[in-house]
Design a binder for this molecule. Structure first.
Ligand SMILES: NC(=O)Nc1ccc2c(c1)=C(Cc1cc(-c3cccc(C(=O)NCCN4CCCCC4)c3)c[nH]1)C(=O)N=2
Length: 301
């Protein structure tokens, strides 16, 4: 197969922007298929010391693209020219989850169950592949033409190498030193306490973010908010958040079991098979996780 180049695509509107990348809607002139092409400026990557992140993103996307799951954006191909790197990925026509939460203010229980259930299935798949996302938030949960999710943006992801061997089971073992990472990752409102303090890396940090997202689907805003990042981190470390009146009681119980300061005590971290204890929480009563991908999503209104 000949290597693609920018001339194989008609570039359209900008559909995403990052500190060192821009995502364009583009059409492949040979297949007429629409793609999202993430274009990274090489100079910017070097200036921002993001080479490691770009490499991790490509490695994670390659593993996921060959894993057979439709719950993630697929990486079709990559190429480069003198100034830029190009990642050709799936185009999710309906954009990300955040404008939908903002548009309706609050998801009803059926929508919260369905969409948090799809995110849970994505985390089961991701963590079973020893990959952590580490920047899970509504803006990184995309919606395809059928309104099913596709998780995007693996720029903060970490593939747990054999040497790390850090997953929730192994860090339960007292004499297993916690792995430390020196790079702060993620978005402030959704970052877990252990990433703020010991810099521990564990899949459990994505379960904390899931708790924040479930809260936000129902309350309309994330649980921890402040204009100052320092105050925001203080609130996270003090578990300083409140449930609005009328918050679904089962969802509240589930969020309380995910927004736990100790990453080893979060619901799901002791499961032999991920994440049976979250799937069996009363909030998900009646939801068939194994057919979610072929179920028509409930309308968001
Ligand atoms: N950092 C990254 O890697 N980012 C990526 C990667 C892959 C990718 C990606 C980002 C995508 C982002 C994206 C953005 C959009 C988009 C942008 C602008 C407008 C819209 C849009 O109007 N969608 C209709 C949905 N609206 C939403 C609000 C309520 C009414 C209806 C979609 C569609 N897909 C994508 O499709 N594929």
């Amino acid at each position: 197969v000949t290597k693609r180049n920018p001339k194989d695509y008609i570039f359209g509107k900008v559909i995403g922007e990052g500190s060192y990348s821009t995502v364009y809607l583009a059409k492949d002139i040979h297949t007429n298929r629409e793609h999202a092409i993430k274009v990274c400026e090489k100079q910017q990557i070097i200036r921002e010391k993001k080479r490691e992140q770009v490499r991790r993103e490509k490695d994670a996307l390659n593993i996921l693209s060959n894993s057979g799951s439709s719950l993630f954006v697929k990486l079709y191909c990559t190429f480069q020219d003198t100034e830029r790197l190009y990642f050709v990925m799936s185009y999710a026509k309906n954009g990300d989850l955040l404008p939908y939460i903002n548009k309706v203010g609050s998801f009803d229980a059926a929508c919260t169950r369905f969409y948090s259930g799809e995110i849970l299935r994505a985390l089961e798949h991701l963590h079973d592949l020893n990959i952590m996302h580490r920047d899970l938030k509504p803006e990184n949960i995309l919606l395809d033409h059928n309104m099913h999710i596709k998780v995007a943006d693996f720029g903060c992801s970490k593939i747990l190498e054999q040497t790390d061997a850090v997953d929730n089971q192994s860090i339960l073992d007292e004499n297993n030193p916690r792995q430390r990472t020196n790079s702060f990752v993620g978005t402030a409102q959704y970052v877990s306490p252990e990433l703020l303090t010991e810099k521990t890396i564990s899949p459990s940090s994505d379960l904390w973010a899931l708790g924040c997202i479930i809260y936000q689907m129902i309350a309309g805003l994330p649980p921890f908010r402040s204009r100052s990042e320092y105050m925001l981190f203080k609130k996270i470390l003090n578990l300083d958040y409140v449930y609005p009146d009328g918050f679904n009681a089962d969802a509240k119980d589930l969020v309380q079991k995910l927004l736990v300061l100790d990453p080893n005590e979060r619901l799901g971290t002791k499961d032999d098979q991920r994440y049976t204890s979250i799937r069996s929480h009363p909030f998900y009563n009646g939801l068939d996780f194994d057919t979610l991908h072929v179920t028509n999503p409930p309308p968001i209104y």
